[in-house]
Design a binder for this molecule. Structure first.
Ligand code: C2E
Ligand code: CA
Ligand code: CA
Length: 600
């Protein structure tokens, strides 16, 4: 019994033991699995860290130079790119201060400002000039980041640096291109205006005068057209070099365009007279320099320039205004024969401005049909009206009736005479058509003034014939008045055009005869019908023997060439009688009637 009991007890005890053992074993297994997991996780973590380190190492050896310093800017690490940029090897840089790279080009304030920004933002980025080990100063794009510990104290600085020498050079090249003329290397118009504006701003604080010289080569177009653009370019280059010799440091020499150069001389003198004299001396020297012979590819060329000059001071207006002034002066120099200079004069600008306004006004006048034709009778020795001369007037809405001498010269210069002349011709033909339908007027001729530019138009003949056909008029009643200067210019073309019109019956009168350079040889070749004695000879014909002789000669010349002769500006019976005695049998002048809008 006892044995059974002890057995049972033993059994119970061993069961409890076994249970305990099983539990222990299970716990041990779980612990092991936990450990395994931890080890696995740690391995993974270490792998990540290793990967990070590997990436960091690659990044550190990237193209950009990198420097890591301690909080006192002592260099702790540099990469290979740092050595390539700065020339310092790792061993030479480690332990040194970053001031090792200072170029000396930035003042203390620059670095203080950088330090302040790093303190507040933990970051600085910008362009900086540093110095390489070989002493060369170079531009660098620098980024600095401050690294802080968890308590916010800076423990390191990490800097990346990019050498921007090449980028800077490219930028400078682009900038140079934008502001310079590629052919001559001189400043271009843009830079000139920049400098001029700058100079005007600076002038507001100075009492010194400056001067602008505007140069235009006189015969450049001829050389360029006849010898080719290559030679033209060479001439410009040599001229630019000669000009560059004439200037002081600080002056601006620019190619304004084509064969135009502008010289900006600043701060000459506080006395306008002295400034003018000094500028005049410079201009004289430039003219002499430019007039010397040019050896272009072993061929000798000659050139000269026209120079416009304007002086400016602190009261001067805008850059554009000054350039306009100096250009006006240059044209003045050019129109007085070239190879000379002219100072700008305010009255001249007023003239130019008035002309510009008049031209615009004329365009409008043409659009709005403000022009009218007046007619002045032409009379025979028996007092019969044989016809009339058409004379244009401008019926201006504000200015009233404007005489042709106030607008014809400008119309010729601006080319407006082409459309104005076309209108005159058309209107005159319409008048002739009306006369030819009116009893007692069918015999009348109408003289129409034709200006050189109008006559030179390649479709001039077609225009005249077109009007004749359109208005169905008798062409022999239309008489075109041409001047001597028009006829001499390109005489073959003139004769050809005149013959084409002559063949259809159109007549020709030589206007203002005696004032030009008529020569008998060409007078004989021209298919003219009439000579018109200029009114300047008629005016004093009775009192001035010279005029009397000239008039007599013209009449005799007309007779010998088989041409009719008409005198214009006949105001008195005495003039008419004298003319008649000499054999001139046609007259036009106030004695018979002033030009009027009424159709005769
Ligand atoms: P022109 O062709 O020599 O015209 C004659 C000018 O003398 C006209 O001046 C006329 O009014 C003026 N005249 C006529 N008789 C007398 C006189 O007895 N005494 C004085 N003192 N003057 C007299 P106008 O009409 O002022 O024309 C001036 C110039 O304008 C013309 O000179 C001509 O060159 C130009 N012109 C006029 N009409 C036209 C036109 O339709 N076309 C072109 N191209 N030019 C024109
Ligand atoms: Ca005339
Ligand atoms: Ca005349």
């Amino acid at each position: 019994m006892l044995a059974t009991l002890s057995f049972i007890l033993a059994m119970l005890a061993s069961t409890a033991f076994t249970l305990k053992l099983v539990k222990l074993l299970r716990e041990a297994r779980e612990q092991k699995q936990r450990l395994k997991k931890i080890i696995c996780r740690q391995r993974a973590k270490r792998k990540l860290v290793e990967e990070d380190l590997r990436i960091a190492a690659i990044a550190f050896e990237a193209q950009e130079g990198m420097v890591i310093t301690d909080e006192h800017r002592n260099i702790l690490r540099v990469n290979h790119a740092f050595t390539l940029i700065t020339g310092y090897h790792r061993e030479e840089a480690l332990g040194k201060q970053t001031s090792l790279l200072k170029s000396g080009l930035h003042g203390a304030g620059y670095y203080e400002d950088m330090g302040r920004q790093l303190d507040t933002n933990a970051y600085w980025q910008g362009e900086i000039w540093n110095r390489r080990k070989n002493g060369e100063v170079y531009p660098e794009w620098l980024t600095i980041t401050a690294v802080k510990n968890p308590s916010g104290k800076v423990i390191n600085y990490v800097a990346t640096m990019l050498d921007i020498t090449q980028r800077k050079a490219a930028e400078a090249k682009l900038e140079h291109l934008a502001y310079h003329d590629p052919l001559t290397g001189l400043a271009n118009r843009r830079l000139l205006i920049d400098r001029l504006q700058h100079s005007l701003l600076a002038k507001s604080r100075s009492n010194l005068y400056g001067a602008i010289l505007f140069l235009d080569l006189d015969n450049f177009k001829t050389i360029n057209d006849s010898s080719g653009h290559g030679k033209g370019d060479m001439l410009l280059q040599v001229a630019a070099k000669r000009l560059a010799h004439s200037i002081r440091k600080g002056d601006t020499l620019a190619r304004h365009g084509g064969d135009e150069f502008v010289l900006l001389l600043e701060e000459l003198s506080d006395n306008i007279r002295e400034t003018a004299i000094e500028t005049q001396m410079i201009a004289t020297k430039i003219l002499a320099d430019l007039a010397a012979a040019y050896d272009l590819d072993h061929a000798e060329f000659h050139s000269s320039a026209s120079i416009g000059i304007t002086l400016f001071d602190k009261q001067s207006t805008s850059a554009e205004e000054l350039l306009k002034q100096v250009e006006v002066a240059m044209y003045e120099a050019k129109s007085s024969g070239g190879n000379t200079f002219r100072f700008f004069d305010k009255d001249m600008l007023d003239i130019v401005n008035t002309r510009a306004a008049l031209e615009a006004d004329m365009r409008l006048g043409l659009q709005q049909e403000q022009f009218v034709l007046y007619y002045q009778p032409q009379v025979s020795s028996t007092g019969q009206v044989t016809g009339a001369e058409a004379l244009v007037r401008w019926q201006h809405p504000q200015k009233g009736l404007v005489p042709p001498c106030n607008f014809i010269p400008l119309a010729e210069e601006s080319g407006l005479i082409i459309s104005l002349g076309a209108w005159i011709l058309k209107t005159a033909c319409a008048t002739l058509a009306a006369w030819q339908k009116t009893a007692g007027k069918q015999h009348m001729t109408l003289a129409v003034n034709v200006s050189a530019r109008q006559f030179r138009q390649c479709d001039f003949v077609a225009q005249v014939l077109g009007n004749i056909a359109h208005y169905n008029i008798n062409a022999s009643k239309l008489k075109l008045e041409l001047t001597e200067s028009l006829l001499i210019d390109n005489i073959e073309e003139t004769i050809d055009k005149m013959n084409q019109l002559k063949a259809k019956g159109v007549g020709f009168s030589l206007d203002d005869f005696g004032t030009g350079y008529s020569s008998l040889s060409y007078l004989k070749r021209l298919p003219l019908d009439q000579l018109k004695i200029d009114q300047s000879f008629v005016r004093d014909i009775v009192s001035n023997n010279n005029d009397a002789v000239i008039t007599r000669t013209i009449i005799a010349l007309g007779q010998s060439l088989g041409l009719a002769v008409i005198a214009e500006g006949v105001e008195t019976a005495a003039q008419r009688d004298f003319l008649q005695q000499q054999g001139c049998l046609s007259y036009q002048g106030y004695l018979y009637g002033k030009p009027s809008a009424d159709l005769i």
